[in-house]
Structures are given as structure tokens and as C-alpha cells.
Ligand binder design. Sequence first.
Ligand code: CO
Length: 448
Amino acid sequence: MAKKLLITETVLRDGHQSLISTRLKTSEMLPILEKMDQVGYHALEVWGGATFDVCVRYLNEDPWERLREIRKRVKNTKLQMLLRGQNLLGYRHYADDIVEKFVQKSIENGIDIVRIFDALNDLRNIRVAAESVKKYGGHCQIAICYTISPVHTIEYYCNLASEIEKMGADSIVIKDMGGILLPEVGYNLIKEIKKVTSIPLELHTHSTTGIGEMLYLRAIAAGIDIIDTAISPFSGGASQPATESIFYCLKGEEKDTELNLNHLKEIAEYFKIIRKKYVDEGGLNYQALFTEPSIIECQLPGGMLSNLVSQLKIQDSLHRYEDVLKEIPRVREEMGYPPLVTPLSQLIIAQSVFNVIFEERYKIIPNEVKNLVMGLYGKTPVPISEEMIKKIIGDKKVLLERPADFILDEFEKLKMEIGDLAKKEEDVLTYAMFPEIFKKYLENINKE
Ligand code: CO
């Protein structure tokens, strides 16, 4: 029996993150949520690293409060978040007690599905978060970060998928952050993963390179269960393929999405007005809407190309853009072929920029690159060569164990550190994510 195709709507997380630097305010989301709840979506993606960060850093909003307000209005549709494994929503590895507490509070405040990924696909960095999701009654989805390299074969991904199912995941997502998964490769990948697993399989891509829609059609033919799309005003370019376009493609076919078109139209009208505001204010970077097929070769995720351009502008080195694009795959190979996803994409780009503008490779090495070589992010897909290790960290020892094994429980310590400033446990967790800006953020929140 053919089942309908399930749709995860991303406008409240990845859609606005990819096109307007995650600037949607809670007040711009609330009026349309009840309508969104009636469309028949499988899930709404609403929370993740950047949404949490931007709330605290720029919008003077409590991200937990946003989540609760969304939950109040979305009664039928599942709410989904994206979690960076042992990094949670921050930029370092946290102790296991913080990981558990963060997952617990996310679920208590309204999250149903937790999508967990690790930039290196090192499942040791996912295990504690996954166990916590199960413990607190959430749906545990584990991601495979898709990348292209000599070691990232279909066999490699099938092994990973089997391991993920064995870990107790409720579903798997192939996370194609760069929009580089070619349709025929995707077709085979999905067919093969389906042979070795029995849990639902989801696909996440971006339209950046212009192949996202083609990929989805082939993925559907291969039997994908769920795909991620964004309502049209926040779709395309660095964002996801448009929800309505997929709806029209599949209407009346075997894999109908069975979404409510009238509701989709209303939601699109609503977000068109929001989009216009950001276009008028200059908040929508038009470059994010350009199709950039060359990413299929350099593999940078959506948004990173424009970051690279502004980074080079600041250094007065925009004329070295092409050289940096050539340097990136070289650095990536030397670093053991990590997938280019946060935070590793930033780190590989930074090293590539330094290698090019200082005219000597590895003359300047950011600490994050040293940490990667030292094993502090986990295991790279291919071991880094002895020669590179020597060059980057000298005689220092490479860590072979799970990085968080060496981090002592820290919730109580952090709670003591901020004392009365934290009114609830969620505040301690926000402080854990962003210690430097936490005080200023609290002052702003309390003012309002
Ligand atoms: Co994405």
C-alpha cells in the first residue's frame, strides 16, 4: 500500500535562517500558527542552534518562551528541533548532565521530535542526547550528514544507518546541508539504506545548487517517507524547495502529500507580507536566492558562500575568492574529509582563507583547527596524517576517546556561577550556551 508523502515545514527554522539570517521574531510567527497547525504537515521545524542564538543575541527574546508560545498554538502538528549532538545549540562539547537536562527541558517546553546530528557523523557524540530523548518520551531522529569524498560511499552510509537504527533511533534523516546530493546518487542511497533499515527515512536538502527539487522527485521514487520543504515566500535559493510546488507535483499521484491547499495559500500570503518587510529593510540578502551549481564541487553549505565573500571583503582580499574556493577541498582532505557543516565548515573556511591570504599554508592556524586535529570534536572520517598532526599540534597527543568523557558534570557549577540571575533551570541552560552575552540578555528581557 502506498502511503502519502509526509512533509516537514521548515519556514520557522531553516527557511528564515537560510534567507534572512534567522531574524524572524516570535511576534511574526504567532498569528499564523493555528493555520499552520491545520495544513496536515508531519512536523514543523521550529528550533535549532541559530534560532536559539539569534533570539538571545539580537532579538532580546527568550527562546524557551518562543517555544512555549508556539506549542500553545500548535496542538496537532509535531514540533521539531535540530540539536548538534554533544554541542547542543552551543559551540563546544558539554558535559553529559547538561545534554540530558537540555533535552529534558526542550521536550517539557514543547518539542516532539529531536533531530540530532554530529558534524563528523561520530555517533559517540550523539549517544547521550539520543538516550535522553528516549528517556523523556521524545521522538529521536538521528541525522546522517551527507558529504562527498572517497570514503563517503553508499556502503559507508549504509553502515552508518544500521548503527543508527541499532542505537534505538525512531527515524533517520539524510541531511544534505549543501544541496549537493545528486538525484541519481540520492535515489540509490535511499534504496540501499531502505534495504538495511526498517525505520522511517527523511530527506533534508537546500535549493542552493538548483537540484533540490530534482533530488526530491527521485527520492520519492526511491521510497523516501518524509521530505523537508519551506512555504514558497521563504523557499528556494539557500532555503528548501517550496512546499506548494511539491504539493502540485504530487497531487493525485501515488505519493500525494494530502496537504490542505487553501491553507497553504493563506500561509503563503501571510509570509509574503513578512518577506516584503525584510526585502524593504535589506534583511534579505539577494545572493541567498541565486542558484550556485559550483557548490556541488566546493560543498559549502547555503549561506557560507556569502559569509566567505564578506570575510574576504573585510580582509580586502575579495580578488582571492577563486583561490580560496580551490583551497577548501585541499584543506578538507588534509583534515580527514569532515562534512562541511557547522562548526566544521566555518573552521575549514577560516583555515583556507588564512592559507591563501598569508601566502604560506598553515602559517596561521585557528585554535579550532588545532582542536579538530587533537580529536576534540571526535573522530574524522579518515585519520589525519602524521605529517599534518605534527605540523598543526607538534608533539601534543591526539585524543582517541569520546571528547565529553573528559568533561565533568557542570550543571550545578553553572547554576552556582550565575546564582540569582537565573530564575529557572532553562536560564541556566541558556547561560551554558552563551555565557558572554547572557547577562546583557537577561537585563534586556527583564526590561520588557
Ligand atoms: Co538545512
